[in-house]
Write a protein that binds this ligand. Structure first.
Ligand code: URA
Length: 332
């Protein structure tokens, strides 16, 4: 790895390479090696690795079929980089991630698995740009490894064409080390997630949520409005329970909350509809109303239809959302 020569750990770190089947459909990636991994020069062979092996066994997966690696190939440690200049472990980790990322992306690009199980927040962030593992644990993300590598190498990906057959699913789960630190209740969940990852790697089509964004700036907004209306009518006719949420902002100088988004979803249809009311305007650095008259009449009708329907609704924050909606409709 040529980036190693720029790494602060170049004389200290023991490089633990990824291992496994380079044609694997399922890859598992962690953060960086630990003490035992350094000693044996293999990923996931310490306490986390033993738990990982047990989870694999319970999920009916043979480790030999997997590709297993880490974002960083070295264990971060406090090191002296110049006279009187020490890097903390955290800083060393940041530098390792920065240096090792190219190798990490290249490897995954080469293997091109269909599913990557990401252990913990670090690989999740490096692969998807998303941070919180607690929020995203178990939620499937779709990434394009070709695009990630191209972007990383500084290519312009403005007109990138996504190819369905090249997409990879990232399934973030809690790190085994987290379970070992007193969260054993997640053990059966991890087993179940690995079974799911195995099924998707074998070709199963995962159920995904569809999102319909109804906003003045989207392409073919009239068609999107038709689509949103057709879904809504169906959910109402079938009396499906709905999840409802409202977003508001205090930005823009006024002391009153400005209503920016109305969203609702049907779990049954795995579909969510987000209707934008005000849109952020870069020029004026404020929220603006940009619907035209005819469209706004339709948008309003749609929101009213949902609000006045008899379907049971679960609000994200009833106490806040309902008074806000009421004020909004009174105002109209
Ligand atoms: N933790 C990781 O993230 N990776 C390993 O290889 C071992 C422990």
């Amino acid at each position: 790895n040529p980036a190693c020569s720029k790494c602060p750990l170049r004389f200290e770190g023991i490089c633990v390479q990824s291992e496994g089947n380079v044609q694997a459909k399922l890859a598992v990636v962690g953060m960086h090696p630990g003490y035992k991994e350094e000693q044996l020069r293999r990923p996931f062979v310490g306490p986390s690795g033993r738990l990982f092996d047990r989870i694999l066994r319970e999920a009916g997966i043979d480790r030999k079929d997997l590709f297993v690696g880490n974002v960083g190939n070295c264990k971060p440690k406090e090191i002296q980089v110049a006279p009187d200049v020490w890097l903390t472990k955290k800083e060393a980790e940041e530098r390792i991630v920065k240096n090792c990322k190219t190798r990490f992306y290249q490897e995954l690009h080469h293997v091109h698995p269909r599913v990557i199980v990401a252990f913990g927040g670090l690989p999740l962030e490096v692969l998807t740009g998303k941070r919180s593992i607690t929020k995203r644990h178990g939620a499937l993300h779709i990434v394009d490894l070709d695009r990630i590598l191209a972007m990383h190498e500084g290519m312009d990906v403005g007109n990138w064409v996504f190819r369905e057959d090249r997409m990879t699913y990232v399934l973030p789960v809690f790190h085994p080390a987290y379970l070992l630190r007193g969260k054993p209740q997640f053990h059966p969940i991890l087993v179940q997630k690995f079974k799911r990852a195995k099924a998707i790697a074998a070709g199963e089509q995962p159920a995904l949520f569809r999102e319909i964004l109804v906003a003045p700036h989207v392409r073919d907004v009239d068609m999107v409005l038709d689509l949103a209306e057709a879904h809504t009518d169906r959910w109402l006719a079938e009396n499906r329970p709905l999840g409802v949420d409202v977003e508001a902002t205090m930005e823009g100088g006024s002391r009153k909350a400005a209503f920016t988004v109305f969203g609702y979803s049907s779990e049954h249809y795995r579909t969510g509809i987000a209707i934008s009311i005000l849109e952020w305007c870069e020029d004026s650095q404020s929220y603006k109303f940009t619907w035209n008259r005819e469209q706004w009449v339709r948008v309003r009708r749609l929101i009213e239809k949902v609000m006045l329907s008899q379907n049971s609704k679960c609000y994200h924050n009833f106490g806040y959302d309902v008074p806000l909606l009421r004020r909004f409709f009174d105002h109209l």
